[in-house]
Design a protein around this ligand. Structure first.
Ligand code: GTP
Ligand code: MG
Length: 246
């Protein structure tokens, strides 16, 4: 490589790094948001609708092949417009109803802009795929600019996630042409996963009712708070004020 080519490679590499970093930061922002929701829920309700999250950045190679596939021209501007899943986040929820709960909480955050919602739970794909997909624009504040970066968020239950990962693996094993019988079995498996989700939802509702009854009868320590493994006692004086109000 000539001196000039090396110089150009360096510039290009920097530009791509800068470009991908903005997506990485957008994912960081989203992860913090989810962590906050999770911790708030766990602290106040002894329960979190979020099981776990996973993020990934699309590789420059995959970005390029998607760009070619979609016949778009080659510029950062065009990539931004065409490839909406450079930053991907998957949120796995415990129960079906949690999916909509988490989605609502994200939609209500005023710094986020929801660009698109695809509900593959109400309208599953023909193969049985289910998930709630949101395209969300996240503002990222950097040293010299603010960028609105698109993140694709997939929200699903553990059962949906289990099905989707196996379906994905099978598709790759068969080089995308899966025998008809297997397709039918996969669809059946999706229905089974769906049944499990509904059964778990019913179970959870029953357990909640029992738990409420139990909570009413239990003498939980109401005089202290645990935050970050640190125990804070409520000031005696405050508790005494309550006593005087009776
Ligand atoms: P892409 O151009 O592939 O991103 O499709 P799209 O723009 O129509 O988006 P869509 O919301 O349909 O799917 C986006 C992502 O959802 C995919 O990249 C997968 O991660 C996931 N997905 C969608 N359909 C399926 C499916 O049938 N099986 C599995 N395992 N995952 C799927
Ligand atoms: Mg995609």
């Amino acid at each position: 490589m000539s001196e000039r080519q090396l110089e150009q490679l360096k510039i290009m590499r920097n530009e791509i790094t800068r470009f991908l970093l903005s997506y990485k930061f957008a994912l960081d922002e989203m992860e913090t948001k989810i962590d906050i929701l999770k911790e708030e829920f766990e602290s106040l309700h002894d329960y979190s609708p979020i099981e776990h999250t996973k993020t990934r950045l699309k590789s420059p190679e995959s970005i390029m092949s998607k760009l070619y596939r979609k016949g778009a021209n080659f510029s950062f501007e065009s990539i931004r417009e065409t490839v909406k899943d450079i930053a991907g986040m998957r949120i796995t929820c415990s129960f079906l109803s949690d999916i909509y709960r988490v989605s609502e909480m994200l939609q209500q955050q005023s710094d986020l802009k929801v660009l698109e919602i695809k509900d593959y739970i109400k309208n599953p794909k023909p193969n049985g795929y289910k998930s709630l997909h949101l395209l969300i624009e996240v503002p990222v504040f950097m040293s010299d600019r603010v960028e609105n970066v698109c993140v694709e968020v997939q929200i699903r239950t553990i059962a949906m996630d289990f099905w989707a990962s196996l379906e994905h693996k099978i598709f790759y094993k068969y080089n995308q042409s899966v025998p008809e019988r297997l397709l039918q079995e996969l669809k059946d498996a999706a229905d089974t996963a769906d049944e499990l989700d509904h059964q778990m939802e019913r179970l959870m509702n029953e357990v909640q009712t029992i738990k409420h009854l139990h909570d009413e009868n239990s003498a939980e320590d109401l005089t202290s708070i645990m935050i970050n493994n640190q125990k804070f006692n409520l000031p005696r004086a405050l508790i005494d004020v309550l006593g005087k109000q009776e």
